[in-house]
Design a protein around this ligand. Structure first.
Ligand SMILES: Nc1ncnc2c1ncn2[C@@H]1O[C@H](COP(=O)(O)OP(=O)(O)OP(=O)(O)O)[C@@H](O)[C@H]1O
Ligand SMILES: [Mg+2]
Length: 353
């Protein structure tokens, strides 16, 4: 159902980016915040008593995951990373509940007043199936009063006012979403979703480190942290990447420069192929303009030198200019907030609780 009209006052607009690894919210009252997309429920009465609450989110959920049922509820089906982390619970019904709880918690972080009507735009992956969109709408019931689901890379471009002849590459954890902007709402042909994203880098780095750090003990989460601190793709490494890992309990240093370079480089070809496909399928008169306007967003855009590595590969296919957005953590949520404020009543779904 659509709301009859958008009220002028008593409304809190929120833009939400519900990501596989991070969620962010930007609200019209000025609140902006982010947290890890993790939810944990104490496993028994003892842990409930010790933790003093029945739901934990973000870092707190990670910290206590051994005493809890632990969820990464926005994780996408095809991602193999999950096979590495045996701690994550994947009961489908409870995962749906965890999405709802995560959304409720994220909205509470925006500190709405009790009588505020909440209008929320939620960013979803570019090619989220109708099924996934329906699940999100359901999860939003009882959390927001009116909701709109939009594609995440579209939200990024909208927030930065890059609405024509622009290509957005949003490199997240589970997926990289590409979206072509041509001045109107993008349709299915304008968007593609790839699995060449942060989790794929982690997976590759994990495998390569198993080879080059003989005898060392490490977890997927440690590998992710190492990547976030040290990742780069450049033709020649300016500095070596050395890490200290325990070998039978003894801290030992390993040089993982080559593994890091290979792991980050591994996602470039698929991204450039997707990019090229979207450009080639566009009106030939405007292809040149689009090539000059490639925006790199999402947490994965922070890999040092990735913009240049994509440019180099793109040069083999006709060239282009790749720029990084300034605020990868909030670009999606900010854009979703702008959309929430701009969209007229007919775009909204009114939810009765
Ligand atoms: N400094 C960094 N260098 C390299 N990678 C990073 C850095 N910071 C974060 N990342 C990676 O970015 C990814 C998360 O990006 P982001 O928060 O945009 O994803 P998400 O929105 O949660 O996921 P998705 O869009 O797939 O749902 C993770 O793989 C994370 O390890
Ligand atoms: Mg994202």
């Amino acid at each position: 159902m659509q709301p009859a009209q958008k009220p002028e006052s008593g409304v809190l607009f929120v833009g939400i980016d519900l990501g596989t690894s991070h969620s962010a919210i930007a609200a019209s009252n000025g609140v902006r915040t982010t947290l890890g997309s993790y939810v944990a429920y104490p496993r028994d009465v003892i842990s409930k008593k010790a933790l003093g609450k029945d739901k934990l989110f973000g870092d707190e959920a990670v910290k206590h995951k051994h005493a809890c049922d632990f969820y990464r509820p926005m994780e996408k089906g095809q991602v193999l990373y999950r096979d590495l982390d045996k701690q994550v619970n994947r009961d489908p019904l409870k995962t749906t509940q965890a999405v709802h709880d995560l959304l409720e918690h994220v909205v509470s972080l925006a500190k709405p007043r009790p009588d505020d009507l909440i209008y929320g735009v939620i960013g979803a992956p570019a090619q989220a199936s109708l099924h996934a969109q329906k699940l999100l709408l359901e999860a939003a019931r009882g959390v927001v009063d009116c909701v709109m689901i939009c594609s995440e890379p579209f939200a990024v471009a909208y927030g930065l006012q890059f609405l024509t002849d622009t290509l957005v590459i949003d490199i997240g954890a589970g997926t990289t979403d590409l979206c072509r902007m041509h001045g109107a709402l993008p349709s299915a042909e304008d968007q593609i979703t790839l699995s060449a994203a942060g989790d794929a880098v982690d997976r590759r780095l994990f495998e390569l480190m198993q080879e080059c750090c003989q005898g060392a003990a490490f977890t997927p989460n440690m590998v992710k942290q190492i990547k976030e601190k040290n990742s780069f793709v450049t033709q020649r490494a300016a500095e070596r990447v050395n890490v200290t890992l325990p070998v039978r309990g003894v801290p030992t240093q390993f040089d993982i420069t080559e593994a890091m370079k290979q792991a980050t480089e591994s996602i470039v070809p698929e991204i450039v192929e997707g990019l090229h496909g979207l450009i080639a399928g566009y009106d030939p008169e405007f292809q040149a303009g689009m090539r000059e306007n490639v925006l790199l967003a999402g947490g994965g855009s922070q890999i040092i030198g990735l913009d240049k590595a994509i440019e180099r590969k793109l040069a083999e296919l006709g060239g282009g200019k790749v720029r990084r957005v300034e605020e990868p953590t909030f670009a999606g949520a900010n854009g979703a907030l702008h959309l929430a404020q701009d969209m007229p009543a007919e775009f909204w779904n009114q939810l009765d609780s």
